[in-house]
Unconditional design. Structure first.
Length: 125
């Protein structure tokens, strides 16, 4: 059967079968508050009235937050690589590249935030 051995395929099939038997059934009619056909089921807006601009702002803000958490972590990784290089030129070169890419990534993060703010001010929103 290609890349998988028959033994691994059999174990996988057993695990999937057990998971399907254990999983509880889900019925659309089982909504609290008397759902069902013609019932009072209401759908809430997951974006809370947010348009594309608001969504893009939230996504950019989230990516900026994650990036700014990763910057010091990568700087520490680069420092650790420098400390453990012990004079090995290839390890020192790798540490320099890690630090360089961390600095470039930080610049890209900050520039992207600035470009986003400039676009917002030009569009007047």
């Amino acid at each position: 059967m290609g890349r998988f051995s028959p033994h691994a395929l059999g174990i996988t099939m057993i695990i999937v079968s057990i998971a399907m038997l254990i999983a509880p059934p889900v019925f659309a009619q089982g909504v609290a508050g008397g759902g069902g056909v013609g019932g009072g089921v209401t759908l809430t807006d997951p974006l809370n009235g947010c348009n594309f601009q608001c969504l893009a702002t939230k996504i950019i803000g989230f990516m900026l937050d994650v990036g700014l958490i990763l910057v010091p972590a990568m700087a520490l990784v680069a420092g650790f690589q420098f400390l453990t290089a012990a004079g090995n030129e290839t390890k020192i070169s790798s540490a320099k590249n890690t630090l360089l890419y961390t600095i470039i990534g930080t610049a890209v993060l900050l520039i992207s935030q600035g470009v986003s703010l400039i676009i917002k001010s030009v569009l007047g929103t």
